[in-house]
Write a protein that binds this ligand. Structure first.
Ligand SMILES: Cc1cc2nc3c(=O)[nH]c(=O)nc-3n(C[C@H](O)[C@H](O)[C@H](O)COP(=O)(O)OP(=O)(O)OC[C@H]3O[C@@H](n4cnc5c(N)ncnc54)[C@H](O)[C@@H]3O)c2cc1C
Length: 329
């Protein structure tokens, strides 16, 4: 019995050594996007070597910071004008070249707009199924993801020779510093593409924390009744140093821009504190915030579904309750 156990252990230890994962770094040529740190820790859970691919136009400093993440054994850097704008049509052939050279068992990206546009393309080229929005790793071939807008949890076993995953940042810890990976050149090639051309981008500038990494989020819904009334939430958010989010109804009504949308078709967040103001709690909204550590709901309707997921609920008129909270804080 004892010997069978030890054989099993040796076998699984060997299997873990056979794993080698490529993490696709997300960055803006200057700083690393935090979701890459979550992807690195997901890769560590698989065991084996972790290589990170940093592709950009001038991304040497990003590669250096990636190399310092604990668990990263190698960083492949690719600097090429073709990667301007980080278009998936240009980065995919680079990933395929790296895969061809190193034969990774897993390729991981964050489940962000960047990762979501890359993973299916790479998977199609490798003729395997992408596994999206993974929330837990059970073993090298068994993964957990949510389905039906977060209403059911699916555990799946992937038989593909290469597993292509996108991971939800909120479900994996951030990799810490303390590593010393080797920085090497990625495979070279002509990565220019006619399929898509990067023209320009306009990024919203905000002094507030980014929604997906904020510790506190104050979110407003249709109950706010106008964009001007969101000022109530911004005033409250200032007291917490919080980010402001919104329901899709508030976005669709034009109260706030759509990069504030939280939910199934918006951003997935899991802050320490989520305050939902004038939000009913439709399943599509809950899909984006129900993993928050503490949920507070302010709604004048005691039957609003948001109260079913809230740790603290206040049945009140938001136009009275929110200014009172702001004054008292
Ligand atoms: C495919 C699909 C994808 C979707 N994706 C998303 C998504 O990503 N994110 C998302 O949020 N939704 C999404 N939705 C829409 C979702 O179904 C709901 O319509 C939406 O979340 C409702 O937003 P809301 O709670 O702000 O508005 P409502 O449902 O209208 O709720 C407003 C709430 O405000 C309360 N209220 C009103 N006045 C006051 C007051 N003075 N004081 C206190 N409370 C007040 C009301 O009691 C009510 O509960 C999606 C829908 C579909 C079909």
């Amino acid at each position: 019995m004892l010997s069978r156990c030890s054989r099993t252990f040796t076998f699984s230890a060997q299997l873990r050594r056979l794993q080698s994962t490529l993490v696709i770094a997300e960055h803006n040529d200057k700083t690393l996007t935090p979701i890459t740190g979550n992807a690195v820790s997901a890769a560590q859970q698989l065991g084996g070597d972790v290589t990170v691919l940093v592709a950009g136009t001038q991304c040497g400093s990003v590669a250096e910071s990636v190399a310092k993440l604990k668990g990263v054994s190698r960083v492949l850097v690719a600097e090429n004008e073709a990667f301007k704008g980080f278009i998936p049509e240009a980065i995919t052939p680079l990933i395929l070249a790296a895969q061809n050279q190193f034969k990774f068992s897993h390729i991981i990206a964050g489940a962000s707009a960047f990762g979501k546009s890359l993973a299916p393309r790479v998977a199609a080229k490798l003729d395997v199924s992408p596994i999206s929005e993974v929330i837990a790793i059970k073993s090298a071939d068994t993964f957990v993801r949510t389905i039906y807008a977060g209403n059911a949890v699916l555990t799946l076993k992937a038989k593909d020779p290469v597993k292509i995953l996108t991971i939800r940042s909120t479900n994996f810890p951030m990799a810490t510093d303390g590593g010393s990976g080797a920085v090497e050149k990625a495979p070279e090639g002509d990565f220019k593409t006619d399929l898509a051309t990067f023209v320009s981008q306009e990024l919203t500038k905000s002094d507030r924390p980014e929604l997906t990494s904020a510790k506190v989020i104050i979110s407003g819904g249709r109950g706010l009744k106008s964009g001007d009334n969101f000022k109530l939430l911004y005033d409250l958010a200032d007291k917490f140093g919080a980010a402001v989010g919104a329901s899709r109804a508030a976005v669709d009504a034009g109260y706030v821009p759509n990069d504030l949308q939280i939910g199934q078709t918006g951003k997935i967040v899991a802050p320490e504190l989520y305050i939902a103001v004038g939000i009913s709690g439709a399943i599509q909204h809950l899909a984006g915030m129900k993993d928050s550590k503490t949920i507070v709901a302010i709604n004048k309707d005691p039957e609003a579904p948001i109260f079913q997921v809230a740790d603290y609920g206040l049945v009140a008129d938001l136009f009275k309750a929110v200014p009172e909270m702001t004054t008292k804080l």
